[in-house]
Write a protein that binds this ligand. Structure first.
Ligand code: COA
Length: 150
């Protein structure tokens, strides 16, 4: 069988935004039991400096993430999510690479993120380095990580 081909977009309209949010809802709120009022926050409003990403398999939204400004020259990667049915296919990496390319074009020199510790290896394979201690958020262990963009 041919490998699944994914289309990853920067969200440009209400439908794509709703599709991205539907993936985040399934992965974080339903699967990981993150409270809705923590998962959906002020950066999910109309702030044009926050970019949302959505990945499709055909018409079906299967992945999502968010990139926002953290400080001058520094971006923050958040809410990286792939539906359970598509994990291990390389989609998470593709989403990260698309975000990095977008971040470079926007002039970011560094990206930060807070990794769930179970996903630390996923980010390490993409060149992110842990910084600081493990902390808890929404009942889930996290560690801060960062990468200097080349
Ligand atoms: N532990 C260790 N390695 C992992 C991993 C994990 N949890 N998830 C992925 N990897 C590795 C893969 O084995 C692969 O390695 P390879 O390059 O040697 O083949 C590489 O990372 C890329 O994996 P990929 O298939 O692109 O990852 P994915 O599509 O399964 O997406 C997540 C990874 C973390 C986004 C996905 O598992 C997910 O959405 N999980 C639930 C939500 C979540 O926890 N998000 C992270 C919040 S910080």
């Amino acid at each position: 069988m041919m490998n699944q081909v994914y289309q990853i977009h920067i969200v440009q309209n209400e439908q794509e935004k709703a599709d991205a949010m539907s993936v985040r809802r399934m992965v974080f709120i339903e699967e990981q039991q993150v409270p809705e009022d923590l998962e959906i926050d002020e950066h999910d409003g109309d702030d044009p400096s926050t970019l949302h990403f959505v990945a499709y398999a055909g018409d079906k939204p299967v992945g999502a993430s968010r990139l926002r400004s953290y400080a001058p020259g520094i971006g923050k990667v958040e809410r990286v999510a792939v539906l359970g049915s598509e994990r291990g296919t390389g989609l998470g990496r593709q989403i990260m690479l698309m975000m990095e390319e977008t971040a470079r074009l926007r002039g970011y020199r560094k990206l930060k993120l807070n990794a769930q510790t179970h996903a630390q290896r996923f980010y390490e394979k993409l060149g992110y380095t842990p910084v600081g201690d493990v902390f808890e958020e929404a009942g889930i262990e996290h560690i801060a990580m960062e990468k200097t963009l080349s």
